[in-house]
Design a binder for this molecule. Structure first.
Ligand SMILES: NC(=O)c1ccc[n+]([C@@H]2O[C@H](COP(=O)([O-])OP(=O)(O)OC[C@H]3O[C@@H](n4cnc5c(N)ncnc54)[C@H](OP(=O)(O)O)[C@@H]3O)[C@@H](O)[C@H]2O)c1
Length: 469
């Protein structure tokens, strides 16, 4: 952001954690991180300039007197820059600290009400937001004791990805797709998130959470909501998009016992091979209990009960230790009538599929049937392809770049509102409960494969198949 001159003039970054570091030591740590992870090649000269704006103060989020020091430091940095800063407090810590930190910020007089003080004050929090609806509500209540909803920015970094934002442009800036965007023309939708990695260093967190909480409750339901919204009234008002997303989430048919038994699949990976290398079973991963029943794969069938989507199954799957890393939305259109080709050996006529790839190569492709060259009449699918990298000659910015910038500008459009989170948990809580009680079998799947056969059967019930990713 700094290199693209997108940061406000006179900005400072003040790092705060318990470790005793001085500014210089903190800058060195950040420098290592930037050199390792930046999408640009590292420039010593640019770093020198940027790092003059970086400072550090040792603060324990649970110790209120530390916030007095934090306030003094912020004020002295303001004097140094001769300006009144807006404050964006970014809590990149476990959510168990959010409540205490918000209370301590308030007690130190660091929070100003919107429109009433000299400065804007925002709070940026990480995911996950709660582990179920009850805990999310408690967390929300604690934040709302000190902040107004419009000051709270809850990160779902998928919303910062270009392709996810492009869903809106794609639907509403093209005349040809929106008329087809409903149950009359769309047969089904698949939303898939696959990764080849296991749990790595996040085992203790993941083993408590499972993939339904970690990926589906937030990222994949957010993608579904955006994909299925009604046209918002305006793009200038952040709430009009979020109002439409909430409507979608509220319209998803509730999971009763029968839907959970028939329409959800949970599974855990066993040992296998990833890119030819042997990998252990989930239960043998470091930090995972030998008797863990946490799901590393899940598949669900949802339905949105409204006029636009009624009867269109939406299949969602997410898994670890699958053959590759990919997140994709696939919209299957209804097949064309095939009577014309009867009696001719033209090959199978496939449905048109619109595939929106969210990662790693952001892009959109449309599968259409076509005639290959030659004297025989045959039908073959081909892809019309758009890739961000090749079409725009530039790689997309990292989702966090966009989200941090929006939060600094006070634009909450791409952040999740409290009622969206509440709806997502309401939908999945009954599933989580039945899974926890062991009412739905935990399947196994070999690492490096596309998950358990039970997930294939979920689609076969409707004569469909998962897309080959
Ligand atoms: N890691 C991921 O892949 C990932 C993915 C998605 C979301 N998130 C979310 O991002 C947040 C941060 O994750 P993380 O993996 O970076 O966590 P982490 O490794 O636990 O890092 C926490 C940081 O917070 C500081 N900290 C811990 N307790 C503190 C306290 N009482 N007061 C002040 N600072 C404290 C720590 O530094 P000191 O020890 O010096 O205090 C450390 O720098 C979490 O909410 C997590 O759920 C992480």
């Amino acid at each position: 952001l700094w290199q693209e001159r997108l940061l406000p003039s006179g900005f400072v970054v003040l790092g705060a954690a318990r470790s005793q570091l001085d500014d210089q030591q903190f800058r060195l740590r950040l420098k290592e991180g930037v050199a390792k992870f930046s999408r640009r090649s590292f420039s010593e000269k640019a770093w020198e300039k940027f790092s003059e704006n970086v400072f550090y103060e040792s603060v324990d989020g649970q110790v209120s007197k530390d916030f007095v020091r934090l306030k003094t430091r912020l004020e002295s940095l303001g004097q140094l820059r001769a300006q009144t800063f807006n404050y964006l407090f970014y809590l990149a810590v476990s959510s168990s600290y959010y409540g205490d930190i918000a209370a301590n910020l308030n007690q130190a007089g660091l929070i100003e009400k919107p429109g009433q003080g000299r400065r804007a004050t925002y709070l940026l929090v990480e995911k996950p937001f709660g582990i179920d609806r009850a805990s999310a509500r408690v967390l929300n209540q604690r934040l709302r004791e000190h902040f107004f909803e419009e000051q709270i920015f809850r990160i779902d970094h998928y919303l910062g990805k270009e392709t996810v934002q492009n869903i809106l442009v794609f639907r509403f800036a093209n005349g040809i797709f929106e008329p087809l965007w409903n149950r009359n023309y769309i047969e089904s939708i698949q939303i898939s998130m696959a990764e080849e990695i296991g749990v790595g260093s996040r085992a203790s967190y993941f083993d408590q959470a499972g993939i339904l909480r970690d990926i589906v409750q937030n990222h994949l339901l957010q993608i579904m909501a955006l994909l299925c919204i009604e046209p918002p009234i305006s793009l200038n008002d952040p709430d009009s998009i979020r109002n439409e997303k909430v409507k979608v989430l509220r319209s998803v048919r509730k999971f009763g016992e029968a839907e959970i038994l028939k329409g959800t699949v949970r599974a855990q990976y066993e040992e296998g091979f990833i890119f030819g290398e042997p990998v252990p079973a989930y239960r043998h991963e470091k930090g995972v209990g030998a008797d863990s029943n946490t799901e590393t794969y899940c598949a669900l069938k949802l339905e949105i009960d409204n006029w636009r989507w009624s009867g269109v199954p939406i299949y969602i799957r997410a898994g670890k230790r699958l053959p590759k890393r990919i997140t994709e939305v696939a919209v299957y259109f209804r097949r064309a009538p095939t009577a014309l080709f009867e009696g001719r050996q033209v090959g199978e006529i496939e449905p048109n599929v619109l595939a929106i790839q969210v990662q790693p190569d952001e892009g959109i492709s449309l599968r259409i049937e076509s005639k290959p060259p030659g004297p025989r009449l045959r039908v073959m699918p081909v892809d019309m392809d758009f890739r961000y990298g090749s079409s725009f000659g530039a790689l997309s910015a990292d989702a966090y770049e966009r989200l941090l910038l929006d939060a600094m500008n006070g634009d909450p459009t791409l952040f999740t509102r409290d009622d969206e989170i509440d709806q997502s948990w309401s939908l999945l809580d009954p599933v989580l409960e039945m899974w926890r009680d062991g009412a739905v079998k935990l399947h196994g799947y070999e690492a490096g494969t596309w998950g358990p056969s039970a997930a294939d059967e979920l689609l076969l019930q409707n004569g469909q198949r998962w897309r080959n990713l």
